[in-house]
Design a protein around this ligand. Structure first.
Ligand SMILES: NC(=O)c1ccc[n+]([C@@H]2O[C@H](COP(=O)([O-])OP(=O)(O)OC[C@H]3O[C@@H](n4cnc5c(N)ncnc54)[C@H](OP(=O)(O)O)[C@@H]3O)[C@@H](O)[C@H]2O)c1
Length: 255
């Protein structure tokens, strides 16, 4: 099936590693033009050199999404580089551990507020985009009530993101902008969270592998393909939804 992403102008945050990198990779393979950001310049340089995409297909900038001014300025720069914006994937998040009030504030900043900033900053561009769509990367942590106590804020912010998805879908539908979310389950990649857990806490790693009905961790490619489907014109009548990509980890009927 042709997803219809050829020539689409996409902003994808956090493209230097993990799920974001897989989304950038598949988007370029589908013929899209991509602007991405991450804090580390080295990761972005590696991405550009590994993918071999020329300066006209992939634009990278190092910045911290918690820096509101730099983030908003990047949206304008990226929109100019791409010549407009048709799609946005808001992927960055940080699974912060902690207990105190400062941790709640920092979690709000990194796991919720920067997504809202991106949505607000890209809205004027999406309004004049072609078959425009926005996709948030949430997590099945949004529905789990047995997260480790020091990851509680992560789950709360990811749940808020799904509500925000529905609110924006309702508000922006009359402008033809679709807004969706995906909720990945445990996704393994070298150097990622589950790789760290595999090294440090193999029992937890094995327990997580048993959680999905499919009996294993997922891969970034499996998330990227489903995420790009929702972002693409192939999903033209889907908005306000949250798609679990979790191998059946959440054992409830998904109404
Ligand atoms: N991995 C999983 O099992 C899993 C499961 C469910 C949901 N998710 C969600 O999927 C998304 C991606 O997860 P991941 O595991 O691929 O994450 P990751 O390995 O931490 O990669 C995150 C990407 O975002 C960038 N980044 C992190 N903080 C940033 C900041 N403050 N400003 C700018 N860029 C920043 C990172 O590059 P720099 O470090 O260089 O900035 C990297 O490119 C997240 O929203 C996560 O919550 C992941």
């Amino acid at each position: 099936m042709d997803l219809g992403l050829k020539g689409k102008r996409l902003l994808i945050t956090g493209g230097s590693r993990g799920l974001g990198r897989a989304i950038v990779t598949h988007a370029l393979a589908e013929g899209a033009i991509v602007a991405t950001c991450a804090r580390g310049q080295a990761g972005l340089d590696r991405l550009a050199s590994d993918l071999g995409a020329g300066q006209d297909r992939l634009f990278c900038q190092a910045l911290d999404v918690r820096d509101a001014a730099a983030f908003q300025a990047w949206v304008q720069t990226a929109a100019a580089q791409l010549g407009g914006v048709d799609g946005v994937v808001s992927n960055v998040s940080t699974r912060l551990s902690g207990h105190d009030e400062a941790w709640w504030r920092e979690s709000f900043e990194t796991d919720f507020l920067q997504h809202a900033r991106l949505a607000e900053a890209t809205y004027p561009h999406l309004k004049s985009g072609h078959e425009p769509a926005l996709l948030f990367i949430s997590s099945i942590a949004s529905v789990l009530s047995n997260l480790p106590p020091d990851e509680l804020a992560y789950g709360v912010m990811k749940a808020g993101l799904i509500n925000y998805t529905g609110q924006l879908a309702a508000r922006w539908g009359n402008r033809g902008i679709r807004v969706n979310a995906v909720s990945p389950g445990p996704i393994f990649f070298e150097g990622g969270t589950w790789d760290t857990i595999k090294q440090g806490n193999p029992k937890l790693f094995e327990a997580a592998a048993r959680l999905p009905a499919l009996g294993r961790h997922g891969t970034p490619d499996e998330v990227a393909k489903a995420a790009l489907f929702l972002l693409s014109p192939a999903a033209s009548y889907i908005t306000g939804t949250n798609l679990r990509i979790d191998g059946g980890a959440i054992r409830t009927a998904n109404f």
